[in-house]
Design a protein around this ligand. Structure first.
Ligand code: SAH
Length: 372
């Protein structure tokens, strides 16, 4: 008989905390998402699901509408030409989920002479079962990707990186402003259950805290994705070795707001962050001002962030929707609903932002010209 894990992740975390003391929110997030036995990705793999999509836990832009991946694909083709149509070049995606975005992008760029022949498709994905889904989705459009463990493992060549809802998975630490000092929010145990609390120690100074929140009033919350500097540094190195760009789309405000953005989502409903870790997707908003500052410090050129709705508008999403509706009048209502979902202010249009990080001395990327 197959050996089975009988302890839940909650039980294991409680035992760990009993032994070593409370853990940080980042440690909790890391376990809840990536624990090889009971983390969210492992649990979804065990169920043969991805979690992404209408029948999963959360809906992303490419899963909501093919127009998203198509426009991202045409953006890539445009920027490839801006780079001088290099052959070969790396077309890289971070966290491709079901592979829908890249499949739509690949289909849309079939008409671009030389683009497919020049592209070396590089995917960075942590979930083994998701690689299978990506392989399947891409084989349907005739694309053969390679998987690499990390973005610096791609062959040396000009590179276009795309990532949608990838940075929001990076574990965050949270610091709360209490009586004029910053204390770290920790996960401990109370009455036999996981519970939030605070560190006894206060931060010695505000080096770790986003500048916009220095000296913030009580009640402010600072969120810090510890892996972001290393991510930006790796990207900057790659884009210094050969020209290229990274298009990063995620949810998060353009200004640092100082609120709690950690959220758990299961079956399209927000649930308690500490409830049954591994059973829900956990994310936090991307701190765009920090991302921009880190990128500039690392020598990258930065365009945006611009709201997703405005960016898609600039790329011609309305025209694309009209063309699709004209070709399939029976689907016009659905296409209109998708357009609304991607671009409306109360949908994904404003909460999501797009930012482009580039090698120096390139013209503004498509869709960012007016906002540059
Ligand atoms: N981009 C897709 C999926 C978003 S979900 C879409 O828009 O639909 C987040 C994706 O990032 C998943 O594929 C997840 O497995 C992957 N992922 C999360 N953390 C990762 C990490 N540290 N390294 C590589 N991939 C990761």
């Amino acid at each position: 008989m197959e050996a089975r894990a009988v302890t839940t992740l909650t039980d294991r975390l409680i035992a760990l905390i009993a032994q070593n003391g409370p853990i940080t929110v980042a440690q909790y997030m890391t376990s809840a998402l990536y624990d090889p036995l009971n983390g969210y990705y492992a649990v979804r793999a065990g169920l043969g699901e991805s979690g992404v999509g209408a029948d999963g836990d959360f809906l992303t832009a490419p899963e909501a509408s093919q127009m998203f991946g198509e426009l991202v694909g045409l953006w890539c083709a445009q920027e490839w030409m801006t780079l001088g149509s290099p052959a070969p070049f790396n077309l890289m995606e971070l966290g491709p989920g079901n592979g829908t975005l890249m499949a739509d992008a690949w289909r849309a760029t079939k008409i671009v002479p030389g683009f497919h022949a020049a592209a070396r498709l590089q995917l960075v994905e942590i979930g083994a079962h998701l690689k299978e889904r990506q392989a399947h989705a891409l084989s349907k459009v005739g694309a053969t990707p390679t998987w690499i463990a990390h973005l610096d493992e791609a062959p040396g060549a000009p590179t276009l990186v795309i990532a949608n809802e990838f940075l929001d998975c990076l574990p965050i630490r949270q610091f709360f402003r209490i009586e004029g000092r910053w204390r770290e929010r920790l996960v401990g145990v109370k009455d036999g259950a996981l519970a939030f609390g605070f560190s006894h120690e206060v931060l010695p100074d505000e080096t770790l805290i986003p500048p916009a929140l220095h000296g913030a009033p009580d009640g402010a919350i600072a969120e810090v994705a510890s892996a972001l500097p290393a991510f930006v540094a790796t990207l900057a190195l790659r884009l210094a070795q050969a020209p290229g760009r990274a298009l990063l789309i995620d949810y998060g405000a353009q200004q640092t707001t100082g609120g709690d953005t950690l959220q758990a989502v299961r079956k399209h409903q927000r649930v308690d962050v500490l409830d049954t870790p591994g059973s829900a997707d956990l994310t936090a908003h991307v701190d765009f001002p920090r991302l921009v500052a880190l990128a500039r410090d690392a020598g990258l050129a930065v365009h945006g962030p611009v709201p997703q709705g405005a960016w898609l508008d600039a790329l011609g999403v309305k025209e694309r929707a009209a063309a699709l509706a004209k070709a399939r009048p029976d689907k016009a209502g659905g296409i209109d609903a998708q357009l609304h979902r991607l671009t409306a202010g109360d949908q994904m249009g404003v909460l999501f932002n797009a930012v482009c990080l580039s090698s120096r001395d390139l013209p503004p990327p498509a869709g960012f010209e007016k906002m540059a």
